[in-house]
Design a protein around this ligand. Structure first.
Ligand code: ZN
Length: 289
């Protein structure tokens, strides 16, 4: 079985980091490997974005007005804007596909550092909180396994009572903890990586206890040992095992799940980074066969 996967060529834009540059490469590789069937998500309802974020930030980003337009950390371009809108449409479409098929993907970013008032750290509009806003009748559990904590998503939990954020990270800053926002920061992983396994078990137990209608998995590649922004030092095989556990857990629990790529900063993108993201598709396909 292939994974229903949201993507359009509009997603890809030139960014100083691989964040949006890598997306077309990953989508093409996933199709060529027989892992993904692509769905074009169209664009996102701008009124929904104005409800999610400060409308002044949304309108500044749409119009390219500085300084807000470049708060994500890149110089604003129209291509980045259009890509961000399409990726957020993909978050909503992937959520629907996951509910219909059990599993789905969005070849985009969750933009987990974005807060209500502005973007931050290569993140524009928070596409994880967006799903919870769009579906107030669903309990949305974000399992964030990026190297960096999902502090932006955490900051949305007081606004969205149907949103739970669980971060397993190596790098933490400004993280709001509450009954629906947890953060498990780990030191560099070595050997058998039992500490990471334990963090995963705790996250799964937490999800089971909260009984979500949907899991969004941030399958970051930046915890990898060769990533310039990483500290967790996971091997390629350990990242693959991490992905397998997540997909097996969701399937066994009967909880619909979709994944997004999240971080990953190695270059050359084609040879160092794409294979890591492709492994997430591989693990997803293995799980549904
Ligand atoms: Zn990251």
């Amino acid at each position: 079985m292939t994974i229903p996967t949201c993507f359009s060529p509009t997603y890809s834009a030139i960014t100083p980091t691989p964040s949006m540059t890598k997306l077309a490469m990953v989508a093409n590789a996933a199709v060529q490997a027989g892992y993904a069937q692509l769905h074009d998500p169209g664009t996102v309802d701008l009124h929904l974005l104005r409800r999610l974020h400060d409308p002044r930030y949304v309108d500044a980003f749409l119009a390219g007005q500085e300084p807000l337009a470049s708060t994500p950390g890149w110089d604003w371009t129209a291509a980045i804007r259009d890509g961000v809108l399409a990726i957020n449409a993909g978050q909503l479409a992937a959520a629907r596909l996951a509910r219909a098929h059990g599993i789905a993907a969005n070849v985009g970013n969750g933009f987990h550092h974005a807060t209500w008032a502005e973007g931050a750290d290569f993140c524009t509009f928070n596409g994880l909180a967006l799903v919870a806003l769009a579906h107030p009748d669903w309990r949305v559990f974000v399992l964030d396994c990026d190297e960096h904590c999902g502090n932006g998503t955490a900051s949305f939990t007081p606004r969205l009572p149907n949103l739970f954020n669980y971060s397993i990270c190596g790098t933490e800053w400004d993280y709001l903890r509450n009954e629906r926002s947890r953060c498990h920061r780990l030191p560099p992983v070595t050997g058998e990586f039992e500490s990471y396994r334990e963090a995963m078990r705790e996250a799964f137990a937490c999800a089971l206890d909260w009984r979500p209608d949907l899991i969004i998995y941030q399958a970051g590649a930046d915890p990898h040992q060769d990533d310039p922004l990483g500290s967790l030092h996971l091997t390629t095989q350990q990242l693959l095992e991490r992905d397998r556990w997540v997909f097996r857990f969701a399937r066994k629990a009967g909880i619909p799940l979709f994944f997004v790529l999240a971080g990953g900063y190695q270059k050359p993108i084609e040879t160092k980074l794409v294979p890591l993201h492709l492994n997430t598709f591989k693990a997803a396909c293995e799980c549904v066969q």
